[in-house]
Write a protein that binds this ligand. Structure first.
Ligand code: NAP
Length: 170
């Protein structure tokens, strides 16, 4: 068994793999936001500079925010570390001594970490978004084992049926 830090992608993707448009999410699903928070709390979270900008450049509280950018600002806000390569991001994450690092998007960044990921936390949103401009590409389930799955029907706060899946590298 690998003793090093586990590399996990965490993503919410529609049935057509859509994840974003106009540097924003495609839905408001509080249940998924809670799932993201519960899963990543206390851990290093790596994201691209566009995803960070889409959050108003505000770090996620209670997590090590590692932001990938080739143009790091001179000063980092509290709770933020900048990395200028995927390797640098993983080195920073390893320095936290946490057992797992979460790759939190967006499309560009997921693509770079897909081949080295050990686990994927996938929220599959049961809807399609033909106008989306960013997608979760290259996730071939034939190479992965479904370890767990929890279904949630839509309700008054969450407009789409969705399922939380955990995939392990097969
Ligand atoms: N549904 C979901 O789960 C989910 C999750 C996250 C994001 N999203 C959505 O995804 C979209 C954003 O994704 P995106 O693909 O446009 O952008 P992104 O992946 O968030 O960020 C791309 C940027 O990250 C930096 N970067 C990427 N790889 C790097 C590397 N190896 N070294 C240094 N810097 C690197 C570059 O920033 P610089 O230009 O600063 O150098 C690049 O322009 C938004 O719509 C967002 O809402 C969806």
């Amino acid at each position: 068994m690998k003793e090093s830090m586990r590399i996990s992608l965490i993503v919410a993707a529609a049935e057509d793999d859509a994840i974003g448009r106009d540097n924003a999410l495609l839905w408001h699903l509080p249940n998924d936001m809670k799932h993201f928070k519960n899963t990543t709390w206390g851990m290093p979270v790596v994201m691209g500079s566009r995803t960070f900008a889409s959050m108003g450049s505000k770090p996620l509280p209670g997590r090590f925010n590692i932001i990938l950018t080739r143009r790091p600002p001179a000063e980092a806000p509290e709770g933020v570390w900048y990395a200028d390569s995927a390797e640098a991001a993983l080195r920073l994450a390893a320095g936290t001594q946490c057992r797992e690092v979460f790759i939190a998007g967006g499309g560009d960044v997921y693509g770079q970490f897909m081949a080295m990921a050990d686990r994927v936390y996938l929220t599959r949103v049961h809807a399609r978004f033909p106008d989306a401009t960013v997608h979760f590409r290259g996730f071939d389930t034939a190479a992965w084992l479904l370890a767990s799955e929890m279904h949630f029907p839509h309700d008054d706060k969450n407009p789409f049926d969705h399922v939380f899946q955990t995939w392990q590298r097969g």
